[in-house]
Design a protein around this ligand. Structure first.
Ligand SMILES: O=c1ccn([C@@H]2O[C@H](COP(=O)(O)OP(=O)(O)O[C@H]3O[C@H](CO)[C@@H](O)[C@H](O)[C@H]3O)[C@@H](O)[C@H]2O)c(=O)[nH]1
Ligand SMILES: [Mn+2]
Length: 356
């Protein structure tokens, strides 16, 4: 029985596809030795197989009704028409068997034990990189309460959401977050957006090694690409495979314990990856090996700064150093080559090489 059974991590999946991300969230938390309960909320349409898989990783699999903003106009401006269902997140406030919870999106990778988040108060969250006076609702600390739940629903009914998703709603509900209490501002390392991080490269180089949670914000999720284009397995089989491949629970070093020397690496993604990343991509054995030069070339910062090549050659052979600026630009734009040079196998190899 966990030491703090009145506290829990909560995530959400309304499709079998998001269940794959949720499985990784649950597995990460266990692997890093959380002492808190883990809960995944699923909608009724989630398959029996997916629920069974989640049941092997989470303490509770809770079925909740889908809540959809149906606000197509605002979602259009966000460019994400599918995110109306993120209103379902609000149901996390009904988990009143817990005194305090941490919500985590299903597209999150927890890199170390983050149980210290439970020392924070409602509503604690990290700034959204797109508009830092808003918080990003992918990671937040809250106190379950039926009263808050009812007021959130009321707020949704009368005010809607300025982005059509839960983030717009929660930001206008907890509207003093930006100015009232700095203790409710989680450090950015608790919600590091994977596809916007290059926009402030010097800060990344200074602080990136402290990353604790990475968030794959945006339309394309790591598991989408792998499931859609890499394997023909139906999603339920992938889920089963995933669970059977999960290694037994094991502790990883804390985030602050990484070896020194990260400053001599230019590839941002290296800094917050670990063996667990392989679990995000299903069927790694089916993936072709990356080109030899990508596997074996070590990137040096001076190489990056001298390269002038801006052409679309990221799949062309040649030393990886020649293509770093373009690669960085592609990451910034959200075009992450999960199956090619940014594959987790590649990342893993780089990490292994670095640790050696
Ligand atoms: O069809 C869906 C879509 C989303 N989710 C859940 O809702 C979360 C949010 O959706 P996601 O695709 O992760 O959104 P982001 O790309 O992270 O976009 C931003 O905008 C969303 C809408 O406001 C917020 O929920 C996010 O926290 C915020 O980071 C997911 O992680 C899942 O837990 C589902 O279960 N099914
Ligand atoms: Mn997300």
């Amino acid at each position: 029985m966990p030491a703090a059974a009145d506290q829990a991590y909560v995530t959400l999946a309304t499709t079998d596809s998001y269940c794959m991300g949720a499985l990784v969230v649950g597995q990460c938390l266990r692997r890093h030795g959380t002492t808190r309960h883990t809960v995944v909320m699923v909608s009724p349409n989630v398959s029996r197989q997916a629920r069974a898989a989640l049941g092997q990783v989470f303490d509770h699999v809770l079925v909740v009704d889908v809540l959809d903003s149906g606000d197509w106009a605002h979602l259009y401006w966000l460019g994400r028409p599918e995110l109306g269902v993120t209103f379902t997140k609000i149901h996390c406030w009904t988990l009143t068997q817990y005194r305090k919870c941490v919500f985590l999106d299903a597209d999150i990778l927890v890199l170390c034990n983050v149980d210290e988040l439970f020392e924070r108060e409602e509503l604690s969250a990290a700034p959204d990189p797109g508009w830092p006076d808003c918080f990003n609702s992918g990671v937040f600390v809250f106190r379950p309460s039926l009263d808050t739940h009812a007021r959130l629903l009321e707020h949704a009914r009368y005010h809607g959401s300025f982005d059509g998703g839960d983030q717009g709603l929660l930001n206008t509900f907890f509207s003093d977050w930006a100015v009232k209490d700095i203790k409710k501002h989680l450090p950015f390392v608790y919600n590091l957006s994977a596809n916007t991080m290059y926009t402030y490269l010097p800060a990344y180089q200074q602080y990136g090694h402290n990353a604790k949670i990475v968030h794959f914000v945006g339309l394309v999720k790591p598991w989408n690409l792998c499931s859609a284009s890499q394997t023909s397995l139906p999603i339920n089989s992938q889920l089963e495979e995933f669970v059977y491949q999960c290694p037994s629970q094991q502790q990883s070093p804390g985030c602050g314990e990484r070896p020194k020397g990260t400053e001599d690496r230019a590839l941002l993604i290296d800094d917050f990856t670990e063996p667990l990343l392989r679990e995000v991509t299903l069927g790694t054995d089916q993936r072709p090996d990356p080109p030899r030069q990508l596997r074996e070339t070590h990137t040096k910062p001076e190489d990056v700064s001298t390269v002038k090549d801006g052409g679309a050659k990221h799949n062309a052979p040649g030393p990886i150093e020649e293509h770093e600026p373009e690669r960085r630009w592609l990451w910034e734009e959200g075009h992450i080559d999960y199956l090619g040079k940014d594959s987790f196998d590649n990342i893993q190899k780089k990490l292994d090489r670095f640790l050696d």
